[in-house]
Design a protein around this ligand. Structure first.
Ligand code: ATP
Ligand code: MG
Length: 701
């Protein structure tokens, strides 16, 4: 038996959850109460008791989170637990469908459509049905994709979704219905699955094939799910069937942190768990280990002001602590300066940049701050917001890879053909319809098409594809040939910023190193879209500040957290303000943001903002801040902030001997500006100090 020392660190409720290894288990608890830690210890506990790691399935919200948890479980046992199968629901479903999809008529190399691919396909079908031109006020492609996705995820009929959320389109009921039937058929015929199909099809297999359920039950004897509050009905059903034979299913979550409603998650899903598994044992964790009492007080107010009653009573032993600081900045410039100043101040006092984060509702809210940080040389990484895959050049690049993997992916054909010089929409249609008529003989058909379309780039494309289909090449060979093919095309169409795009593609090629198969690489890219930051990462060990949307900060924690742009229309966001349900979700989102902080929380609101076209506009403090009793906040005075700025005379000169509260005695070596000086300390060596924040005493002049 392995060393189980780690159990001693747990409180009784956590330990009980860890030791309950058989039967259904629901752990429901507030932020920072150790839910994730409990899952990690439980995995270690199972392995320590002889459960083979590959029999454990861990489902998390991002693959990265899963990987980290598995590593932490391994660290507790001092052994490798990497055989634990970790992933997201979508990655699990695609993995299972590669094996079992044939039961529904899918080949193992089916292609996954991301959201914008689905929209493009819907658009294509809409045009081919003639709905776009003839029908005025017919929904747009993104609205259609949302309606479809809601039907699937909430398992509702078209009529229910339309009458509840889009009554203005009820007149088009029959056309929309026809379009969706076409959409479903098209995907099936062409070996395509959108995100929702991954869940839907895997559930379909589980529902209809009891022998698969048995096999899966044997394969994964223990199932654990973190962040269960962000799952939906379909995911609940999947878990029900996958755990049917043994019922060893543990889920953990916090109803008040459900923030993915817009993607079809349903915050009450967590309460339905005992219905999926009768005799579920329910454990509540009530002690918060993350935040100080002052931060929790604020979090509790936010949640208790909600119309929905969440299951929460949290306490912490970290009594007191600095009250959350509210700073009403004059404008965004001042807000950014404030954050940058404070970040430097904390760093001077020994808090690493990586222990601090700036959070915001939408990715664009940090633009001003990013400029300020860059100006001051503060390194940062940003999470959330635009994914690299959403950019045109990445889509172009991936489309060709997808054709290589699945020649019947005609949406990708569309994209690629339209890039070629001399091939316009009409030629594209002609080529695609020829290919469709000769599905079994695509190679040969292409070769014949060269006579009809002798354009150089089309010819090159055909040669490239024939070569790659015929000879088994390694992934890196494929990527390099594809990139060689694209370079001149990209130079032509993206001439304005070709080099930046070139860097992205090369970064992505570098990421492919750890894959062998093109299919695996594509699947990972589409299911877990890489962030721009993944390939623009600062040097490996560089200490840097985190900038993140609140959505991407889920589950994480920092010593000091800044929440910026706390004004109406930004947080809560403008489009949520008129809808009670969405406003509730904004509230939960704010609760998530607040509960990321361990020691310090800064709430910042710029009181004027610049709106393009309107100029400087007055902003209103966020309703979530207004409702907090003033006694729970510390108000940062604007004057205080300004005075500090003025208070920096040229006090020091080279050669002065000085004393620093942490670094001890040193000698001034260089004066860089009225604020910045370089001091040599015995232990730390040359150190750059900002006088604004440093309590530096002059000893000898
Ligand atoms: P969230 O709802 O934000 O996902 P969580 O409930 O998953 O939070 P964890 O991230 O597991 O909480 O834990 C929060 C912090 O509390 C972590 O730093 C963790 O190490 C610490 N912690 C959890 N349980 C204990 C414990 N029994 N003793 C000491 N520290 C603990
Ligand atoms: Mg967690």
């Amino acid at each position: 038996m392995k060393n189980l020392e780690f159990l001693k660190e747990l409180n009784p409720a956590q330990a009980e959850a860890v030791r309950t290894i058989f039967g259904p288990l629901l752990v429901i608890a507030g932020a920072g109460s150790g839910k994730t830690k409990t899952i990690i210890c439980r995995m270690a506990y199972l392995v320590a008791h002889g459960v083979p790691p590959e029999k454990i399935l861990l489902l998390t919200f991002t693959r990265k989170a899963g990987k980290e948890m598995i590593e932490r479980a391994g660290a507790l046992l001092k052994m490798d637990c990497n055989k634990i199968m970790g992933g997201t629901f979508h990655s699990l479903c695609q993995y299972m469908l590669r094996f079992y999809g044939y039961l529904l008529g899918y080949k193992p190399n089916f292609t996954i459509l991301d959201r914008s691919d689905s929209e493009d396909l819907i658009n294509l079908l809409r045009n081919s049905l003639g709905l776009a031109e003839r029908k005025k006020r017919f929904p747009k492609k993104d609205t259609l994709a949302s309606i479809y996705s809601k039907m699937i995820n909430q398992q509702k009929t078209l009529e229910e979704i339309l009458s509840h959320e889009y009554p203005q389109f009820l007149d088009h009921y029959y056309e929309i219905e026809r379009l969706f039937i076409e959409y479903v058929n098209y995907k099936k015929e062409h070996q395509l699955m959108d995100y929702d199909d991954l869940l839907l099809n895997w559930l379909e297999v589980l529902k209809n094939f009891p022998e698969v359920r048995k096999e899966i039950g044997k394969k994964f004897e223990f199932i654990m799910v973190d962040e269960y509050q962000d799952t939906n009905f379909l995911q609940g059903e999947i878990i029900k069937y996958m755990g049917e034979t043994h019922k060893n299913v543990m889920v953990v979550g916090d109803d008040s942190q459900s923030i993915y409603g817009f993607r079809g998650a349903y915050f009450r899903n967590i309460f339905e768990f005992p219905k999926l598994f009768p005799d579920t044992k329910i454990i509540k964790l009530e002690q918060n280990y993350r935040s100080t009492q002052s931060i929790l007080d604020l979090a509790n107010v936010i949640i208790s002001n909600s119309k929905i009653k969440y299951t929460k009573t949290l306490f912490t032993l970290k009594k007191g602590g600095r009250k959350p600081v509210l700073f009403k900045a004059k404008d965004e410039t001042e807000s950014s300066k404030f954050v940058a100043d404070k970040v430097l101040e904390f760093r001077e006092n020994g808090i690493k940049l990586s222990q601090m984060a700036v959070l915001f509702r939408s990715a664009y809210h940090s633009f001003d701050l990013e400029v300020e940080l860059t100006k001051r040389g503060i390194p940062f990484v940003k999470y959330g917001g635009l994914k690299l895959l959403e950019s045109a050049h990445m889509k172009d690049f991936l489309s060709l890879l997808r054709i290589i993997s699945n020649p019947q992916d005609f949406i990708s054909w569309h994209r690629v053909l339209l890039l070629l010089e001399g091939i316009g929409p009409k030629s594209t249609e002609k080529i695609i319809s020829s290919l469709k008529q000769n599905l079994l003989n695509i190679d040969y058909t292409l070769e014949k098409l060269i006579f009809q379309f002798p354009q150089k780039e089309f010819k090159e494309l055909v040669i490239l594809l024939k070569e790659l289909w015929k000879n088994k090449k390694s992934l890196s060979e494929i990527l390099i040939s594809v990139w060689d093919f694209y370079k001149p095309i990209f130079e032509r169409i993206y001439y304005e910023d070709y080099h930046k795009r070139e860097k992205d593609i090369e970064g992505v090629i570098a990421l492919s190193e750890k894959y062998n198969l093109l299919e695996d690489f594509l699947t990972d890219l589409i299911l877990e879209p890489i962030e721009v930051t993944d390939i623009e990462k600062p040097a490996k060990d560089e200490d840097c500040l985190t900038l993140s949307t609140v959505h991407s900060a889920k589950g994480l924690e920092w010593h000091t957290v800044f929440i910026i742009s706390l004004i109406e229309g930004r947080f809560p966001s403008a489009y949520s303000i008129h809808n009670d349900e969405e406003l509730e979700e904004e509230r939960r989102l704010f609760y998530v943001a607040v509960t990321r902080a361990r020691e310090n929380l800064f709430l910042i609101a710029p009181m004027t903002i610049y709106i393009p076209g309107e100029g400087k506009t007055l902003a209103k403090l966020s309703r979530f801040i207004k409702e907090v009793p003033p006694s729970l906040l510390e108000f940062y005075k604007e004057e205080e902030f300004k005075e500090k700025e003025l208070d920096n005379g040229k006090k020091f000169k080279v050669g002065d001997i000085v004393k620093h509260p942490h670094f001890g005695i040193g000698e001034v070596r260089e004066i860089l500006s009225s604020e910045k000086i370089r001091v040599f300390f015995e232990e730390k060596g040359n150190t750059l100090l900002n006088l604004k924040y440093t309590n530096l005493e002059k000893l000898i002049m």
